[in-house]
Design a binder for this molecule. Sequence first.
Ligand SMILES: [Zn+2]
Length: 74
Amino acid sequence: MLLQSTITCPHCSVAKTETMPTDACQFFYECTGCGTKLKPKSGDCCVFCSYGSVPCPPIQEVRAGKPGAASCCA
Ligand SMILES: [Zn+2]
């Protein structure tokens, strides 16, 4: 389980590594470069799934095929 994900801003390409919460999804993320408030793309549950190098922990479990993995908010 990876808990750090590098978010790359689609507007200014600034990348920043953030630690992800394991028990909740982060829906909004404010870019440290240009201040744009990022929201997940449609179909994604959080900003890490849309813009991060690593998807959020619940999605990692689902993708790993872990039985009984809780989907966070999908
Ligand atoms: Zn930005």
